[in-house]
Every structure is written in structure tokens, then in C-alpha cells.
Design a binder for this molecule. Structure first.
Ligand code: ZN
Length: 863
């Protein structure tokens, strides 16, 4: 890819050079309309700017009005060095209309420019070799300001900085930002830089921040609004947290843990990398309904508030999730922020190391957890959920224009990449990996690097040739299918592993730890799988195994097709297997076999119902609960579902009553309320919601009561609209009330109201708070409402390109996931096929997302 790209760059570089003189003649004389760089930031434009611009500084002054309806106003003075003044300067500024740009000037004199395609093009004659400066006055576009009545926050990743401020919007033009904010006097603010000076005049608070260390545009941010602040000084580090939580008990319960987790992550990372925290300060803001778990802005991380402020009866998974999230964002200060990918095609690198480090960091804080099992459960099911589909892609993906960078994200980056990185660490050893990463971080500090730069460094740390691994696991899409054969009757000498590739033609090599179970006990073998047929010698006349776990060590990656004997054995005895990892990988294997039509849902159900009451590992028990609700709603045909409903509810409630563990109780109760269908079950939920019935051993939070109200409404209990209204009245927190009001029409018993709500989503302004939209879509397409929701499928697919263009990174896939979640009908499959068949030129990354999200629907229908 790199070679052809270089040729392309050269060609378009000359095209650009030849074009520009005409372009500026066109401003002053009559002539053909000027040609402007294409919308977005093409690789060619980015490379050209990278080759000519250095020493970039933005001096920004931004005024935030109290009223949401009024625009933010700003000025930006851009300083830079040019190594050649032969060409025009192209800044990026993607705003709704030309009147957002008020003017461009140099030393107070107006400058001519062309403003088109989201670019401000300023003629070469205004610039010289060496030092240059140009000032812009503008209104900020609202697209990525996430404005609500009482607060706003920027979220500019991957290419959205230019929707707010004019800039060179690409990851490898790092700049120092010197920001001044003018905000309503009573509000608080947070920015990347350290606060240097605060003054108040005429009800306006002016906050001057120090210039930042070099940052790419996607990491620039500020948060402004009605927030509470808490400052902590621990272990010589000062950290400030902004939040809007009204439940003071929740704040008291959580604040210290949040600071402690950040502190231990920072200490761990400084030790591992040998580099002090690379930015001047370390603060964070907790945002209600934030789009992601968190975003790693240096000096001003933003988090989804509910991921850090946990309810009293949070599950162990939620506690671990919080620790991992904090460790992940903290790790980004080194991996991504100090050293940044050169282009967003390598965005997976920063994510893989953030996740990879997070796993290492949280381990010592949770000594009671089986961390190998946790890694397996946290990564394999998610990675397979995309890699098994027709819409999968390699970890490293090409990217021609930054405007499409958001479509690269997903489970392959977040879940599969850490799996293969752990594989690499196992191959070269922990010490070599750490030494290589330290070298990489020091070599490219405050700079950019590509994956090839890192693999070069790692290659030098080891005798192994990493090229084959790189080609197979990073540059190739898909996952291997692995099937086991045993030979012989009474005694066998070998096991044969057949590997077939789901996609490409290259082999996937990996070491496997295979455990066999026979009448005498278990035996474990190492097997290097590197050919289409691999044979494992068992020795002289070993007893015939009754069951084989091909990935017993937790490291194997692929679809492990179970033979009849192993299947029977597992269905009868998986819950009694001794090692938690054996049970963990076997549950994942069973589920993949179900999806690959090698196992009947009804045969798996009894084993699951046993597992939810006897599985001792809490994380694994939660995994089984997740599989159970998916099996229940998505893989049991309706008559089967109705016939087992009483059994499933009873098993969940009994397990709930029998467990003493509060966190397990929560997980069991959450699954129970999501599958209840019987009249007695619905009555029980109603009694709990109305507080007539107390749930022993569980204290329900405001969020729990909201969820109960929604679950009751989707089941069409009488007066469900009043019930939601009552819940809104009962809810104390204003942000949660706003969320409920938004979601309410999606739960209406009246189909016309739901239709009207769905149609309202076609307007971008009604999709502003993405997490609300996702939640509403989930209810709209709930399995109990699927028949009436099928009509929304095609219109949703028709909206997808616009949703991608206007929404944040994860939004298109999450819209699709929530849309397909409840559907298991032939007609939905047909609608998807028809939509794609009608559009042979549809963008490939979006096509992939549709195929990923509808995969389970296709599989359930195809059974
Ligand atoms: Zn991340």
C-alpha cells in the first residue's frame, strides 16, 4: 500500500502545483470556477502539508454564550514555519455555511481567500519561507460541540476539529494550543492546558490556559458548563474531576476510588514505560450520556459519567470495566498522545496498546480475579462477533480520506488486536516487548509513527521473523476454522487438526495447548498449528479421548468445530470441568458451534440453566447469562421460547434467591427482568417497580427503576404511558429525566407514535445525544415489537451514510446493532440483501458494518 500511495502523492502534488496559479487568478479575474481540494482531508493533501509545514502553534480565543441557540465565537492565530512558499495554504473548516467565517487577516490587514469544500485556501503570495502567521475570525460549528442547555463539550476525534475551528486537521501535524475561554461567570471549564489566569468582568469569566505540549487536532478539547468540581492531591499528584451527579451518596461512594484508580494507573505506566507522565496536568470530566466510555484528551479526559459513578450494587464486571476504562484512557497519554499514529489507518495501534496496558494495569488491583479468563471473556466473544461475519476486515485497513476514519473502528480494533498482540508478546517474550515499546516511545516522543516503524523496532528485539505473523494476523481478514479428527478405536496414536481458512488464502499459524479428557483423567499437549493438516502424536496407544479442548490454554483463535463426542461430553459436564479456563473457552466454543449450526439451541438450554446456578466464577456466570438471553430472544423460535419461558424464569429467580453474592444477584436480576414474559413474572416486576415488593438483598438505584419502567412498558402493561410519566416524576436527576423523555415515545403502546418517533430520527437535530438514540432504537426493535418495527429497517439503512457523515465514530454500527437486535425474520434478511444488491457502489466500510450487525439475524434465519 505504501508504495502505490507514494506514487499517487507525487502525481497529485504536481497536479495541485499546476492548478494553484489558475485558482488564484480566478479570484481577481474572470475565468473558470476554481478547483479546490476534495471534501475531507485526502492522504495527498495531508502528506503535502506534512512535507511543507512545521512548528505549528494555534492561539485560540473562544467565547461561549449562555444560550444554546447562540453561536460560539472565536479567533485563531495560526503560526507555522514553511520550508517552501511556492504554494497556497489550505486550512480545513467544515461548517454549515460560509457565514461562519468572518474573515482572514495578517497583521490586521484583510487577506483574500477561497472558502469551499470545507477548506480555506489562501494564496501563496501571502506567505514566505520560514516564519508565518495568519489570523481567522469565525463562529464555531455546533456539530461536535455536544451542546445541551447547561453544558457543552468538544469531541473532535477523528477529523472533527475542523467542524469547530479552522486548522490543519490531520493527526501528524501536531501543534501547541494556547487557549483562552470566555464563559458565563457561574460556569466551570476544563481544557488541555493548565489554567494560568482567571478574571471576571461583566458576568464573563475569562480563563487563560498555558500553551499545550504538541498535540494532534483530534485531542484538542474543552468542556464548559454547570459542573461540580472535586480536586484530589494524592501521592504528589493533583487531579481535578468535573461532574454533574446530583446523588451525593454516589459521589461520596465513588470519588475516592476514581482518583485511586487513576493514580495507580499513572504510577504503573511511568514504571513500565520509563517515561514520566508526558503532559503538564491530568484532569477529567464526567459527562452524562457521553458517546463513548471515555476519550483520552491530554489534561482533560472525558468519560461517560455512568461508567465511573457506579451504583451501589454494581456487578464485578462493572467494577472491572471501570478500572479497565480508567487504565485504558490513562495508557493513551503514552500510547496515542505522546506517540501518535501517522494516519488514521493505524488507529488500531493506539487502541491495542491502551487495551493491552489496561489489562496489565488492572490485574494487581483485583487479586481475586482469574485474569487470564477475564482476558478471554473480554476479548474473544467480541472479536468473533465481527470476525465470523461476511463484513469482517483486517486489523490494518486502508484509508484514502480522513472523513472516513470513523468507519475503521470496531471490535477488530478493540478486541481482536489485543488478542494478536498478546500472541506476539508470548512469541517474543515480555521483556523484549517492553524494551521494544520503550524504544518506540522515546524514539517518537511528541511525534508520529506508523505500525511498520514499531514492527521494525520489535523485530530487532527478537531472533524470530515477525513478517509472517504480521501478514497473517494484522494484514489479513478473518479467522481460521479448525476441526479435530481422532483415529483408531480402542487406542489412538495421534490427533489430526485440519485448518481451513474462512477468507483469504494465507495460513494462520498459532501455538495451541490441547487438553484431552479420557477415562484416566486429562493430558495436555502443545501443538504448533502452521499447516492445513497438523498431526499431534499422542504416544503409544493412548486411551481414546472422550473429549478434546483444542484451545485449553486460552490462546487459540478461530472457530473450533466440535466433534460429536466432545459436544455430548460438554453438554453433560461443562459445568463440572475443573479449570475455569476450560469452562470459559468451552462456553465460547459451544456458542460459536451454535452459531455455525453445529449445535441445537434447545440442546444447549438445559446446560445453560444449570450453569447460571452452579458456575462459581462470577465473570463466567455473567457470560453464560449473556448467552442465555441471546439464546432466549434470538435463537429459540417463538413456540419454543413460549414453551420454555416458565422454566427459564424459574431457573433465574431460584438462582437469584440462592446466591449470597450481591454482584451476582444484580446480574441474575438484570437477566430475569429482561426475559420475563409470564403474567406472574410481569406482576412481580410491577410490584417491585411500585415498591410494594422489596427485593431481598438488593438495593435498587434510580437507573434500576427506570429500566424496570421501560421493561414494563415494552410488555404493554396497562397504563404504561402513565407509568413512564410517574417514573420521570420520581427521577431526581435532570439528565436522566431528559433521557427518559426522549426515549418515551419509542416505548409507546401506540404504533403511530412509534412511527412518528422513528421518522423524527431522520432529522439530524433529533439524533444529537447518540446514546439516547441507541437506547430508543433498542426498545423500538425489541423482539416483542419486532413485527411492527420491520418497516424501519430499509429507511434506517437509507439513512446510514448521513448518520456516518454527521455522527460520531461508533454511532453507525450501534444504530445498526440496536436495529437488528430484535429481528429474526426472513423478510428482514431479504430487506438487507435487497438494499445491498441495489447499491453495488455502496461504501465498503458501511457495507461491512451492515453485514456485521445483521450476522446473527442471518444465522438465526438460516438455521
Ligand atoms: Zn482508546
Amino acid at each position: 500500500m505504501r508504495k502505490t500511495q507514494r506514487r499517487r502523492i507525487l502525481r497529485s502534488y504536481y497536479q495541485l502545483l499546476m492548478l494553484l496559479p489558475f485558482l488564484f487568478q480566478a479570484c481577481t479575474e474572470t475565468g473558470p470556477p476554481p478547483e479546490i481540494p476534495e471534501p475531507g482531508v485526502s492522504w495527498e493533501l495531508a502528506e503535502h502539508r506534512k512535507a511543507t509545514l512545521t512548528d505549528l502553534r494555534y492561539t485560540l480565543n473562544v467565547s461561549v454564550p449562555r444560550l444554546r441557540a447562540e453561536r460560539l465565537h472565536g479567533t485563531n492565530t495560526v503560526h507555522f514555519q514553511l520550508n517552501s512558499a511556492a504554494e497556497a495554504i489550505v486550512l480545513d473548516f467544515k461548517v454549515p455555511s460560509a457565514d461562519y467565517l468572518h474573515g482572514v487577516s495578517q497583521a490586521g490587514e484583510a487577506v483574500e481567500y477561497i472558502f469551499e469544500n470545507g477548506h480555506i485556501v489562501i494564496p501563496a503570495r501571502y506567505f514566505q519561507e520560514g516564519e508565518n502567521e495568519v489570523s481567522l475570525e469565525f463562529d464555531l460549528g455546533d456539530q461536535s460541540l455536544n451542546r445541551q442547555e447547561e453544558f457543552l463539550y468538544t469531541l473532535l476525534v477523528p477529523d472533527r476539529a475542523s467542524t469547530a475551528i479552522p486548522c490543519f486537521d490531520q493527526p501528524n501535524l501536531k501543534a501547541r494550543y494556547q487557549l483562552t475561554l470566555n464563559i458565563p461567570q457561574e460556569w466551570e471549564a476544563l481544557a488541555n492546558g493548565a489554567l494560568e489566569k482567571e478574571t471576571i468582568q461583566d458576568s464573563v469569566k475569562t480563563l487563560q490556559y498555558a500553551a499545550t505540549r504538541p498535540l494532534p487536532t483530534y485531542l484538542f478539547d474543552f468542556v464548559v458548563g454547570d459542573f461540580q468540581t472535586i480536586t484530589s492531591e494524592l501521592g504528589g499528584r493533583k487531579m481535578t474531576m468535573l461532574h454533574r451527579e446530583t446523588d451525593t451518596l454516589s459521589v461520596l461512594r465513588n470519588a475516592q476510588a476514581i482518583f485511586d484508580l487513576h493514580l495507580s494507573a499513572l504510577n504503573w505506566l511511568e514504571d513500565y514505560t520509563g517515561i514520566k507522565m508526558p503532559f503538564q496536568k491530568f484532569d477529567f470530566a464526567l459527562i452524562p450520556s457521553f458517546q463513548y466510555g471515555g476519550m483520552e484528551h491530554p489534561g482533560a479526559i472525558t468519560y461517560k459519567a455512568s461508567s465511573l459513578f457506579l451504583d451501589e450494587n454494581a456487578t464485578q464486571n462493572q467494577e472491572l470495566g471501570r478500572a479497565s476504562l480508567i487504565a485504558h484512557e490513562t495508557a493513551h497519554m503514552w500510547f496515542g498522545n505522546l506517540v501518535t499514529m501517522n494516519w488514521f489507518d493505524d488507529v488500531w495501534m493506539k487502541e491495542v496498546f491502551a487495551n493491552f496496558m489496561a489489562a496489565k494495569i488492572v490485574n494487581p488491583s483485583f487479586p481475586e480475579i482469574n485474569h487470564d479468563l477475564r482476558f478471554t471473556l473480554a476479548h474473544y466473544p467480541g472479536a468473533y462477533s465481527v470476525d465470523r461475519t461476511a463484513g469482517t476486515h483486517p486489523i490494518q485497513q486502508p484509508l484514502a480520506n480522513l472523513k472516513d476514519a470513523g468507519t475503521l473502528y470496531g471490535a477488530i480494533i478493540y478486541q481482536k488486536a489485543p488478542i494478536v498482540m498478546r500472541m506476539l508478546e508470548k512469541q517474543i517474550g515480555e521483556a523484549a516487548m517492553r524494551a521494544g515499546l520503550q524504544k518506540y516511545l522515546t524514539t517518537y516522543s511528541y511525534n508520529n509513527a506508523t505500525w511498520d516503524d514499531l514492527i521494525d523496532i520489535l523485530d530487532r528485539q527478537t531472533e524470530d521473523d515477525l513478517d509472517a505473523w504480521n501478514q497473517q494476523w494484522i494484514k489479513q481478514a478473518g479467522m481460521p476454522h479448525l476441526a479435530l479428527d481422532t483415529e483408531g478405536e480402542d487406542g489412538i496414536k495421534s490427533i489430526r487438526m485440519r485448518v481451513t481458512n474462512a477468507g483469504g488464502s494465507t495460513m494462520w499459524s498459532q501455538p495451541l495447548q490441547i487438553t484431552t479428557f479420557d477415562e484416566n483423567g486429562t493430558s495436555t499437549y502443545q501443538m504448533e498449528v502452521n499447516q492445513a493438516e497438523n498431526t499431534l502424536e499422542l504416544g503409544e496407544l493412548a486411551p481414546r479421548p472422550e473429549m478434546i479442548i483444542p484451545n485449553a490454554g486460552g490462546y487459540g483463535y478461530g472457530y473450533f468445530q466440535l466433534g460429536a463426542a466432545s459436544k455430548t461430553y460438554l453438554l453433560a459436564r461443562i459445568n463440572q470441568l475443573e479449570e475455569p479456563m476450560w469452562r470459559g473457552v468451552s462456553w465460547i466454543n459451544l456458542w460459536e458451534n451454535l452459531l455455525n449450526d453445529n449445535l441445537e439451541p434447545t440442546s444447549l438450554l438445559p446446560t445453560m440453566l444449570e450453569g447460571i446456578s452452579v458456575e462459581p466464577d462470577p465473570l463466567l456466570r455473567q457470560r453464560i447469562l449473556g448467552y442465555l438471553s441471546s439464546l432466549y430472544w434470538n435463537f429459540l423460535p417463538e413456540p419454543d421460547r413460549k414453551s420454555v419461558n416458565a422454566q427459564v424464569e424459574a431457573a433465574l429467580w431460584t438462582a437469584f434467591e440462592q446466591t449470597e453474592d450481591k454482584r451476582l444477584k444484580t446480574a441474575l436480576f438484570n437477566t430475569y427482568r429482561s426475559v420475563v414474559e409470564s403474567p406472574e413474572g410481569v406482576q412481580r416486576l410491577q410490584a417491585i417497580w411500585s415498591k410494594e415488593l422489596e427485593v431481598e438483598g438488593l438495593s435498587l438505584s434510580e437507573n434500576d427503576y427506570i429500566e424496570l419502567a421501560f421493561q414494563l412498558a415494552v410488555r404493554d402493561v396497562p397504563h404504561s404511558v402513565d407509568l413512564i410519566d410517574q417514573q420521570i416524576d420520581r427521577t431526581k436527576n435532570a439528565d436522566r429525566q431528559a433521557r427518559m423523555r426522549f426515549v418515551k415515545p419509542a416505548l409507546s403502546p401506540n404504533e403511530a407514535t412509534r412511527d412518528e418517533f422513528f421518522n423524527s430520527l431522520k432529522q439530524e437535530e433529533n439524533r444529537q445525544v447518540e446514546s439516547w438514540v441507541q437506547e430508543a432504537l433498542g426498545w423500538l426493535h425489541h423482539p416483542l415489537r419486532a413485527a411492527s418495527a420491520e418497516k424501519y429497517i430499509t429507511p434506517t439503512l437509507e439513512m446510514l451514510e448521513e448518520i456516518q457523515a454527521t455522527g460520531d465514530i461508533f454511532f453507525p454500527k450501534r444504530v445498526l446493532d440496536n436495529t437488528f437486535s430484535g429481528h429474526r425474520s426472513e423478510s428482514v434478511v431479504e430487506a438487507v440483501k435487497q438494499f445491498l444488491a441495489d447499491r453495488p457502489d455502496y461504501p465498503e466500510n458501511l457495507r461491512n458494518k451492515i453485514l456485521q450487525a445483521s450476522d446473527e439475524t442471518f444465522r438465526a434465519v438460516g438455521r
